[in-house]
Design a protein around this ligand. Structure first.
Ligand code: PGA
Length: 222
């Protein structure tokens, strides 16, 4: 399976989100996606329920989940809130969460445990210096997850990794995560997506996923 994951971050408003989805549906109708491509879109949580109600031709994910399972935690989005509205996947541990909200591997593991308890597959984001410690924390886990290798130098900078750099990094990561899908994220666009075909199991696309034609091109080419 090839995973194409769009992360809108805190970009786009509801009008833009709806227009994106309408265009996406038209594109899929014109040219159905092959069964070996799993497209996953992570909109801002506030759009999630309304987008899910439209039954789009892609899987929806959340960009994060609370470490609390539910209860008196004003402002949080928890597993309890999702019970009858479960996404198949949720991103956790994104470098922006680590940088701006002080998230650690330990906290991210707690979030993963909440997700597994609800049957949701975590997409766990890691940079090189976090990978070995996280692999250790996950070593006794027997539940599904995807690993997204997201080098800080490449996220939102336009400095995407080359094919050779990614190949050499993922050779090490394969030792740490022998059976999990390995996803690459960092400044992927339709101009550089060809670099990654056959090197990794999927792509996590930030900025370029907010433009529907651009994301479509990436999905087509990978
Ligand atoms: P970018 O973001 O594609 O805008 O670099 C990637 C990410 O944050 O996952």
């Amino acid at each position: 399976m090839k995973y194409l994951i769009g992360n809108w971050k805190a970009k786009l408003n509801w009008t833009e989100a709806q227009a994106w989805l309408t265009s996406w549906q038209e594109l899929v109708m014109t040219s159905p996606l092959p069964a070996d491509k799993q497209v996953i879109l992570a909109p801002p949580a506030v759009f999630y329920a309304a987008m899910a109600a439209k039954k789009p031709s892609l899987a929806l994910a959340l960009q994060d989940i609370s470490q609390f399972a539910g209860g008196a935690y004003t402002g949080e989005v928890t597993i309890t809130n999702l019970v009858d509205l479960l996404p198949a996947y949720t991103i956790i541990g994104h470098s922006e969460r680590r940088a701006h909200f002080g998230e650690t591997n330990q906290l991210i593991l707690q979030k993963a445990q909440n997700l597994w308890s609800a049957g949701i597959t975590p997409i766990i984001c890691l940079d090189t210096d976090q990978a070995a410690a996280m692999a250790q924390l996950l070593s006794t886990v027997d539940a599904p997850y995807l690993i997204a290798y997201e080098p800080l130098s490449a996220i939102g900078t336009g400095h995407n990794l080359s094919r050779v750099e990614l190949e050499s990094q993922l050779a090490d990561w394969r030792q740490l995560f022998p059976t999990q899908p390995l996803i690459y994220g960092g400044s992927v666009t339709s101009d550089n997506v060809a670099e990654y075909v056959g090197v990794c199991d999927g792509l996590l696309v930030g900025g370029a996923s907010t433009k529907v034609d651009e994301f479509w091109q990436i999905v087509q080419q990978f």
